[in-house]
Design a protein around this ligand. Structure first.
Ligand code: SF4
Length: 268
């Protein structure tokens, strides 16, 4: 049985065709520049939390990797690379105030997981789990172009990723009845802004939300069996999704190309 993920469900919610191109047809979808920056910042936060590695040290390594094509060599000039290092350091430094001290005890950093819940196999990748005094904290790093894309606590309460990751924490800790989800948003422009959105999640709430996720997940599993042509799947109701997050990577193979007008709203 295929393993599903929060991002699979989120993609299918936005556009079922896009999900099918990516996960059924397995067409390559290169990460956009914003997604790559988010990934590189995650790596720098990970190095800090695991081993107190200064951001500039990790940033120099990931910037060189991101700037290197295995065949053609450097993609951009060294000025670009220096600016990219500065950008990673700026973003990561701004987020530090919301993180536990590096190498703190009882801190789990960047860990993948799989588990079965309500008859569906899920996989995911948690950025950080730790104890803050008596509070069990599930933390997620988010980089974004603008804090207007930060989700409110109310919206996060129904968030696929948050509920799935919380449910996994509850399955790992049978005596745990509630945890605190802390979603850390950091902007990536010249002026860095931050926001921490925190909410308490009860075991029962997560379980209820995940029962619904499983129903939606089982529909995707049926599609894995049926293997439809992605272009025969319905278009999304809101075609602005075709321009979101830097643009759909499958526009060229999607037979009914929409004419979009919406700006990207990166969030990684
Ligand atoms: S171009 Fe638009 S409709 Fe087509 S797969 Fe992408 S998001 Fe869906």
């Amino acid at each position: 049985m295929p393993q599903l993920s929060a991002s699979q469900l989120k993609t299918s919610d936005g556009c079922l065709r896009q999900w099918a191109f990516k996960y059924l047809a397995e067409l390559p979808a290169a990460a956009g520049a914003a997604a790559q920056l988010g990934k590189d910042c995650h790596t720098a936060w990970e190095g800090w939390l695991r081993a107190a590695t200064p951001f500039v040290e990790t940033a120099a390594v990931v910037a060189r990797t991101t700037n290197t094509d295995p065949v053609g060599g450097l993609l951009h000039d060294l000025d670009w690379e220096r600016d990219y290092v500065d950008r990673i350091v700026r973003v990561c430094t701004a987020g530090v105030r919301y993180l536990p001290p590096p190498m703190a005890p009882r801190v789990e950093v960047e860990g993948d997981f799989t588990f079965e819940d309500h008859g569906v196999q899920w996989r995911g990748y948690k950025d950080l789990v730790y104890q803050d005094a008596a509070v069990h904290v599930l933390h997620d790093h988010k980089t974004t172009s603008n804090l207007k894309w930060a989700k409110s606590a109310e919206v996060l309460r129904g968030d696929v990723q948050l509920n799935l990751y919380a449910q996994h924490e509850f399955s790992k800790h049978p005596a745990l009845e509630q945890l605190e989800a802390r979603w850390m948003y950091v902007t990536t422009g010249a002026q860095v802004s931050t926001r921490l959105v925190a909410l308490t999640v009860q075991r029962e709430q997560a379980d209820h939300a995940c029962a619904d996720l499983a129903v939606r997940g089982k529909r995707l599993l049926e599609l894995y069996d049926e293997r439809p042509d992605p272009n025969l799947l319905p278009l999304p109701k809101d075609l602005s999704i075709c321009r979101a997050y830097g643009g759909c990577p499958f526009e060229k193979v999607c037979l009914e190309l929409p004419t979009g007008e919406e700006d990207p709203n990166e969030l990684f």
